[in-house]
Structures are given as structure tokens and as C-alpha cells.
Design a protein around this ligand. Structure first.
Ligand code: CP
Length: 333
């Protein structure tokens, strides 16, 4: 493995190897496996879990990390191409990335969707451009339409809980959020569950149908993995016999980049907040997943997050084991 940027770059067998290694590292610490190795973390957008779990992952393997983000006391960072830099930004990302990479053995970059232009975000061009500036192994810490580290950790969470790959049902539901959030987690969760061979339902209001490109990507994975993808706006139909409800939010496709129109569309669905009634048609054992951060009382009610269905902290902890496996595959093998 030369980089970890997109789950679709990996064959099913390679993903199984990573998941086995993650579990092995969870059981048996390898505190010197990456001694002397350095991970550079460039965050162009905020993070709690990705930042801290990567620092913990590298430390547990005996390596070191350094972090760069625009909030730190660095020169203002320009990310746009072909711009005359006569504003406040004194440093361009085209110089900054190769410099940072030259100090490290592996680099992770987070560059989220701009959420201004759908075509641009679907092309993942901002991350692709940064990828071209790295001559060391690169890890995608979340780009416009991909969050492969989250998806790998979620795959491990499903495996650990014994939720069947074949025949297990995962519902990914849009939930209300005051902001138009990126497509990366919804798109990669659909892709992951489909590739795992699950019966996947995308539950969303009609205005929040996902872009065809992302649905088709998941459908292709479902064909290869033996799963299937269905879409509905009917909550009871969608939740029928579900093993897992995974909640998230994203921008309305038709109104992408138009904040006022998007807000108008989402304000009609403020009641899309997960509570116990959602689980009535599901299996009794149905669990709740969310990538975090989550807004309590807006996306999901407290009793779900404080109750037995909840898996969000397990998911976040599995980020660490999954990423340790990624780092070890990239640096030690
Ligand atoms: N789930 C996730 O990536 O969390 P952060 O945005 O806090 O890193």
C-alpha cells in the first residue's frame, strides 16, 4: 500500500488485511513498530477525532507527529491556484505542502468541500491537487467526498459487533442540522457498507437525494460486494428490520452553494431528529452510529446518545486502531 486516499483504491482482501491488523494491534501493542518515523498532519479545516486519534496512533507505535493548521501562528496560507498573492496570505500551499512533507515519512491532509460548487466538490479537485504535491505516502484525513479513515473504522465497528456483512441492514439517514454539511461521510459510509455486502438504505427527504455520481459509486460497490442500495423518504419503510441506523446530514443537491435556498429546504425537516420512535420498525437490537461531532437535541435526542443503542464512542475509538493499521502498512511493511 503506497497511500490511503480512497477506499475504492483497495481490493476487498486488502481491506480485510487492514482490519485484521487493526484488531491485532488492539490486542497486542507494538510500541516500537514505527520508532523514529514522523507523521505530518495538515488540517485545512477543524478536527477533534482525526487530529487526536492520529497523534495517539503514531505515539502508540513509537513514532512522532507534528501538526500544521491555519489557526496556528503560521503565515496566512493561500490555497487557491493561479492567484496574485497581494492579500493577507503570505505562503502558498504549493510551497507549504512539499516543505512539510520533506520533514516527515508520511503525511495526512484534511481539505473539506468548499460547498460552493457541486461539480468542483464531486471532482475532489482540491485534495487531488494537494496529492500531486506529496512525494511521501499520503493519508486522506477527509476530502470533499471521501473520509476513508472513518469508513475503515466504521467497518471494524460493524465487524466487532458481529453485525452481518451479508444480509445485515444499515440505514443511513439524513437528519436535520442547521448547516449544509459536506457529503464525505454519507458518501463513504454508503460505499463502505455496500462494499461490505450489506443491504443499505438511504433514508432522506426528497430534497436531500444524494448526487447520482455518489449513489452510482455505492451501487457499483454493492454489485461487487453482493449488497444492494435502496432509497426512500419513508421512515418506517426505511427502518424496517434495520440492524444499524447511521445518522448524518448534508447539503441539498439542487440548492448546492445557495445557502438561502438550502436553508429553506432544510427548515421544512427540523423534525428529522432521531428519537426512540425511529427504531420501532427496526430489529430490537438495532444500534445507532454517527461519525461525530453531533448536535444533541438537533440531530439526535439525548436518550439515544445516552442509551444502549449508542456506538459513537466505540466508532471514534476504532479510528485509532484502524489508523494504526494504515500507518503500519504504509511505513513498516
Ligand atoms: N469524525 C471525524 O472525522 O471527526 P473530526 O471532524 O473531529 O475529526
Amino acid at each position: 500500500m503506497k497511500e490511503f486516499c480512497d477506499l475504492s483504491d483497495l481490493r476487498a482482501g486488502e481491506i480485510e488485511d487492514l482490519l485484521e491488523l487493526a484488531s491485532e494491534l488492539e490486542r497486542n501493542p507494538q510500541v516500537q513498530a514505527l520508532q523514529g518515523k514522523v507523521l505530518a498532519l495538515l488540517f485545512l479545516n477543524p478536527s477533534l477525532r482525526t487530529l487526536t486519534s492520529f497523534q495517539a496512533s503514531m505515539t502508540r507505535l513509537g513514532g512522532g507527529t507534528f501538526v500544521v493548521s491555519p489557526e496556528m501562528s503560521i503565515h496566512g496560507l493561500e490555497t487557491r491556484s493561479g492567484i496574485v498573492m497581494d492579500g493577507t496570505a503570505a505562503e502558498h500551499i504549493r510551497e507549504a505542502v512539499p516543505v512539510i512533507a520533506s520533514y516527515a515519512d508520511v503525511i495526512g491532509i484534511r481539505a473539506l468541500a468548499s460547498r460552493e460548487n457541486l461539480e468542483t466538490d464531486l471532482s475532489d479537485s482540491a485534495f487531488t491537487e494537494l496529492r500531486s504535491l506529496c512525494d511521501i505516502p499520503l493519508i486522506n484525513l477527509e476530502s470533499a467526498i471521501r473520509h476513508p479513515c472513518q469508513a475503515l473504522a466504521d467497518w471494524k465497528t460493524l465487524n466487532d459487533l458481529g453485525i452481518p456483512a451479508k444480509g445485515g441492514k444499515l440505514v443511513f439517514s439524513w437528519v436535520y442540522h442547521p448547516e449544509a454539511l459536506p457529503l464525505a461521510v454519507p458518501a463513504d459510509t454508503l460505499y463502505m457498507a455496500a462494499k461490505r455486502g450489506m443491504d443499505v438504505t438511504l433514508l432522506r427527504p426528497d430534497e436531500f437525494a444524494m448526487p447520482e455520481l455518489l449513489i452510482n459509486r455505492a451501487r457499483t460497490a454493492a454489485q461487487q460486494g453482493g449488497g444492494r442500495i435502496t432509497e426512500t423518504s419513508d421512515r418506517d419503510e426505511g427502518m424496517e428490520s434495520a440492524d444499524v441506523l447511521y445518522a448524518g446530514s448534508w447539503a441539498a443537491t439542487q440548492n448546492y452553494g445557495n445557502r438561502i435556498a438550502d436553508q429553506k429546504a432544510r427548515n421544512n425537516h427540523e423534525n428529522w431528529c432521531v428519537d426512540e420512535t425511529w427504531f420501532r420498525p427496526a430489529k430490537k437490537s438495532c444500534r445507532f452510529m454517527h461519525c461525530l461531532p453531533v448536535r444533541r437535541g438537533v440531530e439526535v435526542e439525548d436518550d439515544i446518545l445516552d442509551g444502549l443503542r449508542n456506538l459513537v464512542v466505540t466508532q471514534a475509538r476504532n479510528r485509532m486502531w484502524a489508523q494504526m493499521a494504515i500507518l503500519k502498512k504504509l511505513l513498516a511493511d
